[in-house]
Design a protein. Sequence first.
Length: 202
Amino acid sequence: MIRIVRAPMLIRKFSKSRSADALVDALVDSSGSLFFLVIVSGLLIYFFGIVGLQLWEGNFGRCSDPNYPGGRSRYATDSQYPTGCAGNATHYLEWLQPLNNFNAIDYSMDSVLRIVMMNEWHSILFQAMDNVNDNYEPKENNARGSFIYFYLIVNISVVLSCLYVAVIFYHFTLNRLWGAKKVIYGVKDAFWVMYEVSYLII
């Protein structure tokens, strides 16, 4: 309760600091670069969505019976499953599609975004690694090479995240230096001194 009461005081104190002004200015100054990074991020999500669509379109389905043999076609019949993975007089079976899949470009991009954000992405990874083929029951670790797809997405997303932080930090540093140069040299000469390497260290 005490922390909640003190929060407005801390916010007011932070808003009056020079660092807060420099941070706000850095966000404004870096808006162009951040917009470019957002476009690049969107294109990468679209690209990996297309790749996922080509690799796993319709392949993440599974039978509602948890005992249905892995690697078996949904249409395969025998004495235990006389109609395959379908309803009959004694069993009600159906072919299920998970919420996160690559069946269409919008679903595919949503799945890629989940991987980038690392939000419940493990189920997508396991489904890809267990994938057999369209209309076949998943088999554990049947396609281990699918891990490469997720490895690339995670690593590229980490690099992009660092770029977002780097752009903001770069402009934040420039704004702090600009503020200091204005105090020392005045507004007129501060701009020119900013780009003199011998004067960058205050």
